[in-house]
Write a protein that binds this ligand. Sequence first.
Ligand code: NAD
Length: 492
Amino acid sequence: MIEKSKEQKVLIFIFGGTGDLAQRKLYPSLFNLYKKGFLKENFAVIGTARRPWTNEHYQQVIRNSISGMEDTAKQATEFSRHFYYQSHNVDDSEHYVTLKELADQLDIKYGIDGNRLFYLAMSPKFFGTICKNLRGEKVTSDNGYNRVVIEKPFGHDLSSAQSLNDDIAKYFPENSIYRIDHYLGKEMDQNILAVRFGNNIFRALWNNRYIDNIQITLSESLGVEERAGYYETAGALRDMVQNHILQIVSLLTMNAPVTFTDEDIRNEKINALKALQVYTPKEVAENFVRGQYDENGDLKAYRQEASVDPKSLTETFVAGKLHINNMDFSGVPIYIRTGKRLATKATRIDIVFKNMPNNIFSDTEELMPNVLSFNVDANPGMELTLNTKKVSQGGYALENRTLKYTHDEATQAITPEAYEKLILDTIKGDTTNFVHAQEVFYSWKFVDAIRKAWDEQAITPEELTNYISNSMGPKASDDLLARDGNKWIFNP
Ligand code: NAD
């Protein structure tokens, strides 16, 4: 039975309601929240986009996008009846007047008490206009909350991120702006704080006295697919490092928050990102590697893909060494890599601890460093490697063993998808797993220095360090670690 307190009252506006994100992620997530009783009677959704759809057609689109998830056809139909469509050109302020009328009617019809969530699932170039009109035409309510959910990318460099933020912040205060980074909705990323701040053994070890290096891999097996138009303007550095990877870096290196609240957690994440060493062009050359996937059998090279410039210099792979200059992490290299068309799809974090200062065992026994690993995506779980005694009759030999836990099938079955978790957080008003403006700014500051150094290098497409599709990236990425006497622990 669903207890009453679980139910949320909310009117959700989806700008870009006909789009890919809405249909693939948002509607299925809302349906899961409906099935679980978080959304029940007191909610409605207004989808807006340019196409002239009717409510009936929109509701059919909703049913299509949740097809296969419903317990009964009646359940899907009842859910879809909460959805309303309004054809809307976001530049036209007249439309916001109609939107307000519809919103006020639905508020009364569904007993929503004025709570409004504006989900901007469309190009960021419209965000400023939408926010201005939402306030100007009073689509926001006076008696409940007004929150705005912003999709990535948040700018394409520091200055565009700042001006985008200025455009939004004029109309919505920081604590009502929810900048989505869906990696923050993943269970194992959220687990980083539980492991770090819930276990005394790690409190003692989580610093430059005991950690040798940190490795973060976000690998994708797919190529650029249909996203070439956007990807050509972004590349792996902007698409993956600025947001997802630096967010993981901040969770791994932040200081303990005073309390486990969104404000304290985000303050510490901001401080971690503030401590990122911003590189000079010389340091970029020493610490960063870029590459582009090359053909392999039937797999095309990036430059052969549809809508990609045959002379493109866009990187589909980045590896780098970061430094966080704070008390606990100064001197600990943080190796990161991400790319498309790699050997496997995975998000993996390896914390490599320093080796024993002295090997008291025989010369033939090699002591391996302890490694704590988080498997974030496929088979979510953790691993810890230890040196142990090998079972034997005589003598004393060592062997490296792994303590491992993986979420079992039952746990995986009840694990909410990242978007579902994050949407519920927006409705409940919990900003913990959303990116604060200052985090965005420090991240761009770091990334801009790399981008600028690369853009100033006159290289030809052939000089980009290419890598074979289905490998783990160019050799230069392995060399980056080898120079420090290290190697990638995750080697699928
Ligand atoms: P999309 O192109 O599929 O959808 C865009 C939507 O905006 C459509 O509904 C379109 O009708 C509407 N639109 C465009 N111009 C309009 C106008 N002038 N007035 C009113 N409506 C207009 O894009 P998408 O893939 O759904 O992505 C939406 C946003 O989410 C983008 O910012 C994208 O970067 C971000 N995002 C998408 C994904 C994804 O998986 N699709 C993942 C992460 C972030």
